[in-house]
Design a protein around this ligand. Sequence first.
Ligand code: FES
Length: 173
Amino acid sequence: MSQLSRRNFLKLTGSSAALGTLSLSPIAQAQQESPSSPAGSTTLPYPRDVVAQLSELSVNQPVYFNYPDDRSPCVLIRKGREIKGGVGPDRDVVAYSTQCTHMGCPVNYDQEAETFKCPCHYSIFDPDNSGQMVIGHATESLPQIVLEYDEAEDALLAVSVNGLIYGRQANII
Ligand code: FES
């Protein structure tokens, strides 16, 4: 049986350019076209949404909101002490997606343990450490909602997301 030479292959496919596209799936092509915008990228066109007034927050009381759209539940916590990634004058406010990174179940904030707990398969996430998974089936941290504090308006704004929200190919859909 004769082997197909490169020259004959190129004749059959029309040009050498065909070599570059024959094996790429549509997703791979899209990634190749926009290599600088990964799915969880903060360069996506995120809205800037006011999600809370700082003076109305109580320490260790979760406040729920949706971001970057109505189908993406999130939670904001004021910890009352400076923590990693915290915003506001005391650098103590953080926010996360509440969709578990294992299979998307809604995580609950345990005020006593000060952790997020998933009721489905018991993964635990640490709000003081960028949403890092502490134990359980999940392998990824909870996506962290990037916040800004507007001192003049006493407002906390959600401005982007670090990490990919569960079930999405991109955070902005
Ligand atoms: S869905 Fe949360 S641990 Fe499985």
